[in-house]
Design a protein around this ligand. Structure first.
Ligand code: NAD
Ligand code: DAU
Length: 368
């Protein structure tokens, strides 16, 4: 962790003015929410694949931020961590000094928590994004990459084979997705009104290492590792399109570097599965039987199906998912959690226990 003075020393140096967008943008990058699941995977990928980059990770370390996720890069001289809130305009002025581009991951991210209390979602996702956009304009940031979600489009029919495109109207159903949709619109407005160079990505459900076990895959895997039941909501027919977190991160990098200003890019894994199918696959991989499935009351407003048409990203930027196919991608992910019990046991302690009890403790059990 760095003081503001140390940080400005670390970031001192030449501001590039060359005409290579890739080089200019990736010289100095601010990543928000880099201590979370996707942000930490993104920073690791960036440091590996772009040796010339310097990255500042601004993260408030909420319940979902975890510096352990980046323990292997914390001493890299190209990396600096600043603990702080995207709603803190004064701090943003400091950390943005000298930064060419921003990749904005920081958000409250869990649908179930937004149903319990939507206040933090409006604060971090809406007010935080607006504060950050204004600070980027003041600092002359050259590109703002906003990381959003397929959930802003709402829900598709279970039995259809249609998919969301970038022109599908926004129709969010949960407080989480409503707050993300609001942030997307603020990003769009910053482009249309103030000419800020923005790009927006909207991705489907991620899986992979370092995901907090409040989300379904790490929750089910770690419960099974503990010989505990897995709480399947409703009839288990809801469908999600699963993508490996590194495929998502490579897509964000491609959009950051080469996406057209003002454009939205959908990202998806071409890997649609019902929750029941996912659960059966996990039980098979982990050698457990159906008795571990505990059917519980459904999530209110539970979106039925998400499916992404990522054709624009494929055509314009040549992106393809490389690690999302199942069962291989799911096998590897299960193996990662099995090999990192210290990481997830610590993640499932403290505040997590209170949340788990509130979310599942009194949840109605449904007949098997
Ligand atoms: P996460 O909850 O694991 O991480 C969020 C991070 O943001 C945490 O480190 C947290 O400390 C930080 N943060 C939260 N509020 C902050 C604030 N006010 N100021 C500074 N930092 C703050 O989330 P994730 O799953 O890694 O998701 C990252 C982003 O990607 C989110 O914007 C989410 O909407 C989006 N997204 C997630 C998925 C998915 O499947 N997980 C899919 C599509 C898009
Ligand atoms: O689609 C992208 C979104 O994916 C992201 O924007 C969100 O940040 C991310 O949390 C995720 O949202 P979901 O609500 O789809 O993910 P979650 O892992 O919470 O749930 C996946 C499915 O599994 C969903 O249909 C609900 C179901 N589920 C979830 C939990 C936590 C269960 O059946 N039981 C559970 O205990």
């Amino acid at each position: 962790m760095y003081t503001r003075r140390q940080l400005s020393w670390r970031l001192q140096g030449r501001r590039l003015s060359g005409d290579s967008m890739v080089k200019r943008m990736l010289e100095r990058l601010l990543v928000t929410g880099g201590a979370g699941f996707i942000g930490s995977n993104f920073i690791r990928l960036l440091l590996r694949e772009r040796p010339g980059v310097r990255v500042v990770n601004l993260d408030a370390l909420t319940y979902s931020g975890n510096l352990e996720n980046l323990a292997d890069v914390q001493d890299d001289p190209r990396y600096a961590f600043v603990r702080g809130d995207v709603c803190d305009a004064a701090l943003l002025g400091d950390v943005l000094d000298g930064c060419d581009a921003v990749v904005h991951f920081a958000a409250e991210s869990h649908v179930d928590r937004s149903i319990i209390d939507s206040g933090p979602f409006v604060r971090s996702n809406v007010l935080g994004t607006q504060t950050l956009l204004d600070a980027c304009r003041r600092a002359g940031v050259q590109r703002f990459c906003h990381v959003s979600t397929d959930e802003v489009y709402g829900s598709l029919a279970l039995d259809g084979d249609d998919a969301f495109t970038e022109t599908t109207p926004l129709s969010p159903n949960s407080p989480y997705s409503a707050s993300k949709a609001a942030s997307d619109l603020l990003v769009r407005a910053a482009h249309e009104t103030f000419g800020l160079d923005v790009v927006i990505t909207r991705c489907s459900n991620n899986f992979g290492p370092y995901q907090l076990p409040e989300k379904v895959i790490p929750l089910f895997v770690t419960n099974l590792l503990e010989d505990k039941p897995v709480p399947l909501y409703g009839d288990g027919r809801n469908v999600r399109d699963w993508i490996h977190v590194l495929d998502h991160c490579r897509a964000v990098l491609a959009v950051l570097e080469r996406g057209r200003p003002g454009e939205v890019y959908n990202i998806g894994g071409d890997n649609e599965r019902s929750n029941l199918e996912l659960t059966q696959m996990l039980l098979d991989i982990m050698g457990k039987d159906d008795s571990f499935i505990q059917r519980v009351a459904d999530r209110p407003g539970h979106d039925l199906r998400y499916a992404m048409d990522a054709g624009k990203l494929r055509r314009e930027l040549g992106w393809r998912p490389r690690q999302s196919a199942w069962p291989a991608g799911l096998d590897e992910t299960v193996a990662w959690y099995a090999e990192h019990p210290g990481w997830w046991r610590r993640a499932k302690s403290g505040e997590y226990r209170t949340y788990y009890e509130q979310q599942y403790g009194r949840r109605e059990a449904l007949p098997a």
